[in-house]
Each structure stands twice: as C-alpha cells, then as structure tokens.
Design a protein around this ligand. Structure first.
Ligand SMILES: [Zn+2]
Length: 567
C-alpha cells in the first residue's frame, strides 16, 4: 500500500509546481478560432481559488464555442430546486391535464435545441444550497453554502473578510455595459437566488438590517434589501417579486394586512427611497397595478410581504398577485425598450419550497407555472438575438418509482404494467401487500409516523413535521386520493423540512450561443456561457483588461473597476 501512496503524492507535487498544466476539463477544438485556455492543475479543494474557478469556467465555455455567440439579450430562468425528476413528473402532469397519457408531452424548454448537465456542489458542500449555487451562476465562481456572491476565500458571518471578496455578477456587468437589467421571482426579492444577482453578503439570512449582527454593521456590511436600492451599479430597471416587509420599517403596516408590519429596525422605507430616486418609476402591489404600469420606464413590484403564493393558492383576481408568466411578459416589455439590450433573471422560486414541504402537487404545479413563463419569453423574443437559458440551482429528493402503466396518473398510486409489481393492470403492492404512489420523497415532513400536529398515517399539507414518533409500518392508501393537492407523499426519513439532493440538474438553451451548452459542466460555467455569448458583456470585461489575446474573459474581474462613473 505504501508505494502507490507515495506515487500519488509525488504526482500531486509535480502538478502543483507546473502552473500551466491543464486540469482534467476536456477541451474540444473550438470552432470560433479561440485557442485552448490553459488552466493550472490544482489540489482539490485547497487550490480552488476564485481566480481558478473563473479561469476554468471560462476555459470550458470557450472550448464549447460560446465565443461564437452574438446575443443582444439574455434571459435566465432558474427553477429553484427543479430536479430532473421534478421536470419529468411535471411534464406528465401537464400532458395529463390536457387529457393525454402525458409521457409524450414537452415543457416549454424541452423543445430547445441545446442541453447540458450542471454539477451543483458548493465549494464546502456535496449537496448545495441556493445561495452558493446562484452565486456560481451569477459570478462565474463557485463558492460556499450560504454565500451571496462572495468568493470562496470568505465564509459565513465573515463580514470584514467578505468585503474583499465581492465578485462581479452578470447583472452588475450588464449595468456597467449600459444594458438594461431585470429580476423577477416568486420569492422575496431578497431571497438567495435573486439576491445573488445584485447583493454581496457572506450570510444569506441578512435580508434586512435587523438580521445583521452588530459587529457586521460596524464592519460596514449592508443588508440585502438595502443593496438592491443602494447598489452603485444603479439597480435593476425591473424588479418584481415578493418581500415588501424587508424593505419597510417595523413601524409601517402592510396596506393589504394591517396586522403585518415591515421588518426593518433602521426606520427606513426603501420603497419610498426608490420612488424618490426614480420619479418616473412605478411601484406596484397588485396584478392590476402591474397592468396599469405598462408604460412605466422602471418597475418595482412587491406583491407580498414575504414570498408570493404558490400558483395553486394564488389570488388571480386584479387585486391579487400576477402569475410568473405575467411578470415575465411585463419585464420583457419594459426591458426591450432599451436599444442596448438587456439581461433578465426569472426565478420559479417556490418549486423548491413545495419540495421542502413534501408536497409534490405544488412542486409540479409551480413547475408548470414556470413553463408558461418560459413560453411567454419564447413568444416575446427572437431566437436570432435573445439567448434563453433554463436551469435549476440544485436537486431535491423526489423519487419516481415502480412500473406504472403508460398514462397512469403521475400523482396517483402505481397501477402496474409489469409483473415485477404483481398483477398487470391492478394496483401494485409493496412487500406487505399495500399500494404505493409513483412519487415519494427520501426524507421530509411526509414521514407517516405520528407527529406533534398530525396522527400516524398519510400527512396533509401543510405539515410542520415536528415531534415525530417512529412509524409502525406503512399506511394503507387504498381509500386515499393521492392526487388531491394537499396529499403529502410518503417520506422515508422523518425531517421537518425535506432536503435538497446532490445530483446534477439540467440546462436547456435557445438562441445565440446556445450551441455551446452541452456536456457535463460545473455550474459556474453558466456565467461564462452568458458573458462569452453576449458581445456587450465580454467587451466590457475586455475593456477592463481581463481578457486573453483571443478576447476571452479569463481573469477574475475586480468589481470596483465596473462601477459606472456618475454622470
Ligand atoms: Zn431549498
């Protein structure tokens, strides 16, 4: 055993000393006249600096031909927690709602010509969170769990250190390049995914000032809501989502719900400050107000105190909340007024939360809401000038099991096709003779033991999943309608909150530069697909001296060099 160990360590030492040795990333011959980019071989994880992640991501995107892209506009759709299993089950549910078997159906992005797989791990976590993953997508640099666009050399709660590791996002880069920018989400706009496009904090929970430790305030860190309004890059032209309470003082009652107050303890009303800074802008609270603001040059929409509702539970009256598709149409309409092009993030945020709650119905239903939003973007743009990327930040533990017959209700119990499950055409039975559902969770609040709030057996949404007793066998689902919206799929391991999953997620792409989207790539490569395929973005990076001789942005940009100068 001793000799191989010695061999391995001497190889590692050699590699560490040879700065130009290419890492294991496969490099294809580019069709764009761009030479292969050398990436230093490093020891993992200790050699994974921000510079290394940036350069290695650039090398992969360029090798795939992303520099051939000529995108004017970029729209990134992020299905939060939209695992490949969630996509497969949602496409079937959609097809079955149209009266068909369902398996042959396609969601809006499944017609796109390009696909890839994205490796989602964080620098310090095998199974990642939404903050570290979106930071990788937003900045081109993988980083730690909980980071909001702060590099991997920092860590959670490290305010002072984080200030030296703010990484430029493509949203900020676009603002610096004179493009219009937008953010749409069904989560609070201060939640991890949207936050990572415009804010920089080492701890994702710092959504309003009351969440910051005093030490962090003294060291100069600002909360996420404040960074949306005060960003030196000018802020997005369109920001639509939830999270009003993060922007207003705790002395201000919510107009729609007088019992609900803001959360800020600094007395500030950031909405009023936004309106003062943008007198032609429209601040909207309802679907109707959003429609009425169609001609406004700038839009801030905060449609809920916290997250917006699941699409199934949404009040779709004029006084209620707009759908994700309606927000997407409004954003594109406003942003496309800018002749210099735009970048837009659209997040289907609550796919993730429904999975955490162990409720497949809402996870699939919100995935379909995002499919309608992607279709709205496809209809409102041209594949000649607009790159659309659809991806997820991470997976979940949703399982799709058994041998159900073609067209079996995806939320139903397995009715077997195969004799593996017993008699074909009859409800399939487990080893104790009980039926089971096609969809289930590996962990979460759907565990069937008695809990502090619900008796033993199948659980109903919403279920906090605390104070569990061990289950005594499985519940008999024979008389239970598992397709109704509040049924919670069985979870094997009892947890109050179902967890993320660690396997790869999909990337689907259409438009200029999309042919580079292929293979198994690290998640931070998505940033490089975007900036390399968009001349305005890559040229702005080159103007700051971060490009190689072929014009490929390969060096980690220093964020301060991109702050627009005051007019
Ligand atoms: Zn999550």
């Amino acid at each position: 055993m001793r000799l191989p160990l010695l061999l391995i360590s001497s190889v590692a030492t050699l590699a560490a000393c040879t700065a130009t040795v290419r890492d294991t990333t496969p490099v294809r011959t580019a069709t764009t006249g761009v030479s292969a980019i050398e990436v230093p071989a490093i020891a993992h994880p200790q050699g994974e600096t921000a510079d290394w992640w940036y350069r290695s991501g650039a090398a992969r995107a360029a090798a795939n031909g992303a520099m051939g892209g000529r995108a004017k506009n970029v729209i990134v759709f992020l299905g939060d927690g939209m695992s490949l299993t969630t996509v497969a089950a949602a496409r079937i549910l959609d097809g079955q709602r149209k009266g068909r078997p369902g398996e042959e159906n396609q969601l809006a992005w499944e017609t796109f010509p390009a696909t890839a797989l994205s490796k989602t791990y964080n620098t310090d976590a095998q199974t990642p969170d939404s903050a570290g993953t979106m930071s990788a997508i937003a900045t081109g640099v993988k980083t730690f769990m909980g980071s909001i666009s702060v590099g991997p050399a920092s860590h959670n709660d490290d305010c002072a250190g984080s200030l030296r590791h703010h990484n430029l996002t493509w949203l900020e880069l676009a603002q610096s390049a004179g493009m219009a920018t937008g953010i749409v989400s069904t989560a609070r706009l201060t939640h991890a995914t949207p936050a990572a496009t415009y804010a920089h904090v080492p701890t994702r929970g710092w959504e309003n000032d009351s969440e910051l430790p005093r030490e962090a305030v003294e060291q100069g860190c600002h909360d996420i809501a404040r960074q949306l309004i005060e960003t030196p890059f000018g802020g997005p032209v369109v920001a639509l989502g939830g999270g009003l309470d993060e922007f207003v003082a705790n002395t201000i009652a919510d107009p729609g719900n007088p019992d609900q107050h803001g959360k800020r303890t600094d007395g500030r009303n950031l909405v009023a400050e936004w309106l003062a800074a943008h007198p032609q802008g429209a601040f909207v609270r309802t679907a109707q107000q959003l429609r009425d603001a169609a001609d406004a040059p700038r839009l801030l929409g905060l449609f809920a105190g916290s997250h917006m509702d699941f699409d199934h539970d949404r009040d779709d009256s004029p006084q209620g909340q707009p759908s994700l598709a309606e927000m997407t149409r409004a954003a594109i309409r406003t942003l496309s007024q800018d002749p210099d092009g735009y970048v837009l993030l659209v997040e289907g945020a609550r796919i993730d939360m429904a999975n955490h709650y162990g409720n497949a119905f809402r996870a699939l239903d919100d995935t379909l809401a995002m499919s309608r939003a992607v279709q709205a973007a496809v209809d409102a743009t041209s594949a000649d000038d607009t790159l659309i990327l659809v991806t997820a930040d991470h997976s979940h533990t949703l399982n799709f099991v058994g041998y159900p017959v073609r067209g079996n209700p995806i939320l139903g119990k397995v009715r077997g096709k195969s004799s593996f499950d017993g008699t074909p055409g009859k409800l399939a039975k487990d080893g104790t003779g009980l039926p089971y559902t096609t969809l289930g969770y590996a962990n979460g609040p759907g565990y069937t033991g008695a809990s502090a709030s619900q008796p033993a057996g199948s659980k109903r949404f919403p279920h906090p999943g605390k104070g569990y007793n061990a289950a005594n066998g499985r519940p008999d689902l024979t008389g239970i309608d598992t397709t109704q919206p509040d049924y919670m799929q069985e979870a094997t391991v009892p947890m109050s909150n179902e967890s993320h999953g660690g396997e790869d997620v999909g990337i689907w792409a259409r438009g200029p530069g999309s042919d580079a989207v292929r293979g198994s790539v690290e998640q931070n490569v998505i940033y490089h697909f975007i900036v390399q395929a968009t001349p305005k973005l890559r040229e702005r990076l080159c103007a700051a001296g971060t490009c190689n001789n072929d014009g490929v942005p390969v060096e980690l940009p220093a964020i301060d060099a991109f702050v627009p100068t005051a007019h």
